[in-house]
Design a protein around this ligand. Structure first.
Ligand code: NAD
Ligand code: UDP
Length: 311
C-alpha cells in the first residue's frame, strides 16, 4: 500500500515509518520539523520506498494514497504550550486536511488522539465511553480541545461522507527517539539522571501515569488501522500505573549516579491520575502490551546515553 504519515519525523511517526516500510509498503512522510528531526528518519532516506516531504498540515496537501496516519501535532506540554494557537490549528486544520484528502482519494484515515481527551478524569481507569473532564480555558486546552475537535471531525466525516476512519487514544508512550529536551517526564528524568542533575518532580509526585513502550503502541496502531470494522475510539496504553515518585526512583536505580530528587510547582490542570481501560483493545484487536516499564526503560536509557555522548 501507499501510506501517508503526517508527523512522520517525530518520535512515534519515525517508528511507524520504519515498521510500515519493513512490511513492504511505500511511505510518504510529511513533517514541518517543529518537534520532529531528520536524524529520526536519516536511515530511511536511501530506501526507494520512502519519500520525505517538508510541509505544514495547516496547509492543504494532496497525494495518491491508500491510508493516512495523522500524527502531526506537538505532544509534550512545553512544546504544545509554546504556541497554543498554532497547536489548536494543527489539530483542527490538520484533521480537516487529512479527512478532505481521505474523502477525495477514498483512503482510510487514522487519527492519533490522546488520553488527554479525558482531561483530569473522575472515572478511573478510563474506558472509551468516559466523556472526560477537560478545562476548556486552561493551559492544556489548546491540545486537549484541539484533539477532541479532531475526533469530532473524524466521526462527522465518517457519518456525513462515509470516510473510513480509525481513532486511537494514546496513553503516555516512551522509548528511543524522544527528544532529550522534550519536557516529558520519562525523557526528563533519564537525561537528568544521566547528567547528574536533580530529578525534577512537579508537585508532590503522587500523581500517576501509565507508560507504554513504543513498540507495543505501534503494534496497536497497525492492528486498529487494518481492522475490518472497528473505527474506535480505542485506548492503547499500558495499564501499569506508577506515581512520578516511583518513576523517579526506578530511573535512579537503573541509571545510578548521584542525582537527587527536587520538588517544583505542579503545572496548571495537571491530571492527578491516568490509567487506560484496555478491554476493548484486548477484545477487538487481540492487543495488549508486552513490555513492562522496567524492561522498556533499558533501551530508552541506552538511547539517551549514546545521544548524550555524541553531543
Ligand atoms: P512528536 O512531537 O515527536 O511528533 C509530532 C510530529 O509532528 C513532529 O515530527 C512534528 O515536527 C510534527 N508536526 C507538528 N506540527 C506540525 C504541523 N503543523 N505540520 C506538520 N507536522 C507537524 O510527538 P509524538 O510523541 O511522536 O506524538 C505523535 C502523535 O501522537 C501526536 O499527534 C500526539 O498528540 C499523539 N500522542 C502521543 C502521545 C505520547 O505519549 N507520545 C500520547 C498521546 C498522543
Ligand atoms: N512531570 C514531572 N517532572 C518533569 C516532567 C513532568 O514530575 O520533569 C510530571 C508532570 O507534571 C505530569 C507527569 O509527570 O504529572 C507526566 O508529564 P508529561 O509531560 O510526561 O505528560 P502528560 O502530563 O501530558 O501526561
Amino acid at each position: 500500500m501507499r501510506i501517508l504519515i503526517t508527523g512522520g519525523a517525530g518520535f512515534l511517526g519515525s517508528h511507524l515509518c520504519e515498521r510500515l516500510l519493513r512490511e513492504g509498503n511505500e511511505i510518504i512522510c510529511l513533517d514541518n520539523f517543529f518537534t520532529g528531526r531528520k536524524r529520526n528518519i536519516l536511515h530511511l532516506l536511501d530506501d526507494p520506498h520512502f519519500e520525505l516531504v517538508r510541509h505544514d498540515v495547516t496547509e492543504p496537501f494532496r497525494f495518491e494514497i491508500d491510508q493516512i496516519y495523522n500524527l502531526a501535532c506537538p505532544a509534550s506540554p512545553p512544546h504544545y504550550q509554546h504556541n497554543p494557537i498554532k497547536t489548536t490549528k494543527t489539530s483542527v486544520m490538520g484533521a480537516i486536511h487529512t479527512l478532505g484528502l481521505a474523502k477525495r482519494v477514498g483512503a482510510r484515515a487514522f487519527q492519533a488522539s490522546t488520553s488527554e481527551v479525558y482531561g483530569d478524569p473522575e472515572v478511573h481507569p478510563q474506558p472509551e465511553s468516559y466523556k472526560g473532564s477537560v478545562n476548556p480555558i486552561g493551559i492544556r486546552a489548546c491540545y486537549d480541545e484541539g484533539k477532541r475537535c479532531a475526533e469530532t471531525l473524524f466521526f462527522d466525516y465518517h457519518r456525513q461522507n462515509g470516510v473510513e476512519i480509525r481513532v486511537v487514544r494514546i496513553f503516555n508512550t516512551y522509548g528511543p527517539r524522544m527528544l532529550p529536551d522534550d519536557g516529558r517526564v520519562v525523557s526528563n528524568f533519564i537525561v537528568q539522571a544521566l547528567t547528574g542533575k536533580d530529578i525534577t518532580i512537579y508537585g508532590d509526585g503522587t500523581q500517576t501515569r501509565s507508560f507504554c513502550y513504543v513498540d507495543d503502541l505501534i503494534e496497536g496502531f497497525i492492528r486498529l488501522m487494518n481492522h475490518p470494522t472497528q473505527s474506535g475510539p480505542v485506548n492503547i496504553g499500558n495499564p501499569g500505573e506508577f506515581t512520578m515518585l516511583q518513576l523517579a526512583e526506578l530511573v535512579l536505580k537503573k541509571v545510578g549516579g548521584k542525582s537527587k530528587i527536587t520538588y517544583l510547582p505542579l503545572p496548571g490542570d495537571d491530571p492527578k491520575q491516568r490509567r487506560p481501560d484496555i478491554t476493548l483493545a484486548q477484545q477487538d484487536l487481540g492487543w495488549q502490551p508486552t513490555v513492562s516499564l522496567e524492561d522498556g526503560l533499558d533501551p530508552t536509557i541506552d538511547y539517551f546515553r549514546k545521544l548524550l555522548k555524541e553531543a
